[in-house]
Design a protein around this ligand. Structure first.
Ligand SMILES: *Cc1c(COP(=O)(O)O)cnc(C)c1O
Length: 394
């Protein structure tokens, strides 16, 4: 049986999969089984934040797993406590952290904190959570319902939990708030929805309004967090102080981890929430190494240089091929080109694979770039060379 046949026979077919068999990665270069190389502009959907085979990350993981991989959360876990400290210190917010295993699970934790806050802090029970159109918050029943895309709310999985609604714009959020609203859940740059950032002033105004009205602001930083936007958190870039923030994708450098952090440290009591695997030695040792690597790149200015270089290359390409693209969107290392049609988008993704470049879709017509944050200039150059080769025939 070929690998494709094996996959199709035994793996539930929930993805529209590509069948290139990658066997190795070095930095931002991937190798398939025949030894062919590909430039990686996707980094596992913003997960491989420090690239493939990063020596510091690999050795931190190896050192840890030789000693101990897992013990339950009924025991204190040293790298977990240290990672929580590191996250809180880098964020600059006075918060506490809970560790989970994925983005959806981190958002579930955020919603539970908000719901309990709404139950205990007011005379009436506040439970409603408002989200935004084109958002993406995960694949569990609750986070699917929180996701502001009607196509996700298929009747197959109904009934969904009550108390979720989504609005077309931030202006509409103001009108939707009532005395049962406990929280507004947003991404500052909508990733899956099309790499669409919100205006800083718009977000700051919303944050101030929510604070005044006792409504919690939950920022889903599952994709924007861990330096993806150039700052440790997008919330730092937007200069706001959310009540709750969720993290996942880039935090473990490929090891599954999620985190929810909040300044309402007294809401959860023992027994309110938990996770068997969340924050174990393996994932938190990986998280510590990732944050060491990236905070150093941030402090010495290399991350900023990489962002500028990538941005400049992308802008050049966008203006050269303005017959294919309407505009360039995104910020930091979360970038997109809005293709003139879904067909162009699809053809670009296909051609890129043929040219040896891994790239992503977002929304209906956006070509998405989520390179690793440690990508080198020569890898960026080579990636854009291949990108041009892939689009010049369209
Ligand atoms: C990817 C993503 C999620 C879901 O994360 P999983 O780890 O797949 O559960 C949630 N929110 C945002 C903003 C994401 O980009």
């Amino acid at each position: 049986m070929t690998l494709e046949e094996l996959d199709k026979k035994y793996v539930l077919q929930t993805y529209a999969r590509d069948y290139t068999n990658f066997v190795k990665g070095v930095g931002s270069t991937l190798y398939d089984e025949s030894g062919r190389d590909y430039i990686d502009f996707a980094s596992g959907i913003a997960v491989n934040s420090v690239g493939h085979g990063n020596e510091k990350l690999v050795s931190a993981i190896c050192e840890q797993v030789k000693k101990i991989i897992h013990i339950s959360n009924l025991q204190v876990i040293e790298p977990q406590a240290k990672l929580a400290q590191k996250i809180v210190e880098l964020s600059g917010y006075d918060m506490g952290v809970f560790f989970a295993n994925s983005g959806a699970e981190a958002n579930e934790g955020a919603i539970k904190i908000a719901r309990k806050y709404g139950e205990t802090k007011f005379e009436n029970k506040r439970y409603k959570v408002i989200t935004l159109e084109h958002s993406f918050h995960g694949r569990t029943i609750t986070t699917v319902k929180a996701t502001g895309q009607e196509s996700f709310h298929t009747p197959h999985f109904s009934p969904y939990p009550a108390g979720f609604s989504y609005e077309k714009s931030i202006e509409d959020v103001y009108k939707a708030i009532d005395d049962e609203t406990v929280a507004v859940l947003i991404e500052l740059v909508q990733g899956e929805g099309g790499v669409q950032p919100f205006e800083k002033e718009e977000i700051q105004k919303l944050a101030a309004h929510l604070k005044e009205n006792g409504v919690l602001l939950i920022v889903d930083e599952v994709q924007t967090g861990v330096y993806r936007t150039g700052e440790f958190l997008a919330s730092n870039l937007y200069e706001i102080e959310p009540d709750i923030i969720t993290l996942a994708k880039g935090l473990g450098g490929g090891v599954p981890i999620g985190a929810v952090m909040t300044r309402h440290k007294d809401v959860f009591a023992p027994g309110d929430h938990g996770s068997t695997f969340g924050g174990n030695y393996l994932s938190t040792a990986a998280g510590l190494a990732v944050l060491d690597i990236l905070s150093e790149l941030y402090d010495n200015g290399v991350l900023h240089e990489t962002l500028l270089y990538f941005e400049q290359k992308l802008k050049e390409t966008a203006s050269k091929y303005d017959t294919l693209f309407d505009k360039e969107v995104g910020l930091g290392m979360m970038r997109g080109l809005r293709a003139k049609s879904a067909e162009i988008q699809g053809n670009i993704i296909k051609n890129c694979m043929k040219e040896g470049l891994v790239i992503l879709k977002a929304g209906r017509n956006t070509v998405r770039f989520l390179p690793s944050l440690t990508i080198r200039k020569d890898e960026i150059d080579e990636g854009f060379k291949r990108f041009e080769a892939a689009i010049s025939t369209l």
